[in-house]
Design a protein around this ligand. Structure first.
Ligand code: SF4
Ligand code: SF4
Length: 378
């Protein structure tokens, strides 16, 4: 079983010399033997466990190591997560098991040179010679996926630094997914997909599957499990609430795998159950109730409100930055993204508008949430 050695390796990797009393307790054995399920990841031919591991907010490398020991074989990180420290932790946790695992990372750099520089940094931080999937990070519009960026992925493939090219899509799915499916370039797409996404996502996911592109689902809980809102935290802690969300995603066979964020062994154990049990009537009922609960604050990034903010704000993006801070506990990531906004957008204050012009058909309280971003990050 994993553990103290992995914890020490993470601390060492992070340059933290921990005193002896930091040695963690051995994790308790799981109550039942986890059952693993696999699907093929599109044209890559890779057989992935249907529950992968999203490392974005994980701070304990021992949990990652434990998941790998159990047989979870897909781990996802990105250059920007945890201020650049996430890759180092993932690398330290996985390095002795590397060859049996599928590791992905991402870069949102907007140029060839920036991308390739990020890739070299990622490989150095991970302590790996290659990554299996390298995503262009966070594209929302077809024109953001340029020839130059795809060329950089081809160069990285030729150099043996990546095996497969991917793209991650946060919003604008109706425009960007049909475009990606036609490009004949991408092997894998990482996309937002959960019980709160728009019904048209079913058809879009099928479009990717029909193009033999592997589909990895993210944001599968529809909002993180570290919500600051006590009521939300309570709901997610209820037995079965997060599991139902994961099972909902996996009921769609066009999805190959999922990357729920996992922070501790308890969450790992709960999520593993999604591979063994089908989506049920009870799960559906639980999710319907949850949908009502999250309605005022969960933006599913449908893009319907694009262009309707009187001050020109990219509303779905700003709401995503708030979600990083509020629901994932990743304040730095939210702030870092907010600071990439053009100066004229960063300077906007919702309080100066006599009325909010953005009308969300799903009931998200837009000006309240955007104001939070301004309060937190500006
Ligand atoms: S605020 Fe509403 S309309 Fe705008 S992207 Fe989010 S869910 Fe869609
Ligand atoms: S209140 Fe905020 S989100 Fe609404 S129109 Fe004004 S700046 Fe845009």
């Amino acid at each position: 079983m994993p553990n103290s050695s992995s914890r020490r390796s993470f601390l060492a990797a992070a340059g933290i010399a921990g005193p002896a009393f930091l040695k963690p307790a051995e994790p308790l054995p799981f109550r039942a033997e986890p059952k693993l399920d696999y699907r093929v990841l599109g044209k890559t031919g890779l057989k992935v466990t249907t529950m992968g591991f999203g490392c974005m907010i994980t701070s304990d490398g021992a949990v990652i190591e434990r998941a790998a020991d159990i047989g979870v074989n897909y781990f996802d990180t990105a250059r920007g997560y945890q201020n650049g420290n996430c890759e180092r932790m993932v690398g330290a946790a996985l390095k002795t098991r590397r060859k049996n695992l599928i590791v992905s990372t991402k870069s949102g750099a907007p140029s060839r040179d920036g991308l390739l520089k990020d890739l070299d940094t990622s490989l150095k931080e991970l302590g790996m010679d290659y990554v299996d999937i390298w995503y262009l990070h966070g594209k929302s519009k077809p024109d953001q996926i340029t020839e130059e960026l795809m060329q950089a992925q081809n160069e990285a493939k030729k150099a043996g630094k990546i095996r497969f090219a991917g793209v991650s899509l946060h919003s604008g799915h109706q425009g960007v997914i049909p475009h990606v499916a036609k490009l004949n370039h991408f092997d894998v797409v990482l996309t937002t997909y959960n019980f709160a996404t728009e019904p048209y996502m079913e058809g879009l996911v099928k479009t990717l599957k029909d193009a033999n592109i592997g589909v990895v689902a993210m944001k599968v809980m529809a909002s993180g499990q570290r919500s600051k809102d006590e009521k939300t935290r309570g709901i997610l802690k209820r037995e079965g609430a997060s599991l139902a969300a994961l099972k909902w995603v996996l009921r769609n066979k066009n999805v190959s795998t999922t990357i729920p964020s996992i922070t501790d062994n308890d969450q790992l154990e709960k999520n593993l159950k999604a591979m063994a049990a089908p989506f049920s009537f009870g799960d559906d009922k639980a999710l319907q109730a949850r949908l009502q609960e999250i309605r005022p604050y969960y933006c599913n990034m449908c893009g319907s409100c694009d262009g309707t903010c009187a001050k020109g704000l990219p509303v779905a993006d700003v709401l995503r930055f708030v979600m990083y801070a509020e629901n994932y506990g990743e304040f730095a990531l939210g702030r870092e993204n907010f600071r990439l906004l053009p100066a004229e957008h960063a300077a906007v204050r919702c309080g100066d508008c006599p009325e909010c012009t953005v009308k969300c058909p799903r009931g998200v309280r837009v000006s309240q949430r955007v104001s939070l971003a301004q309060e937190y990050f500006a």
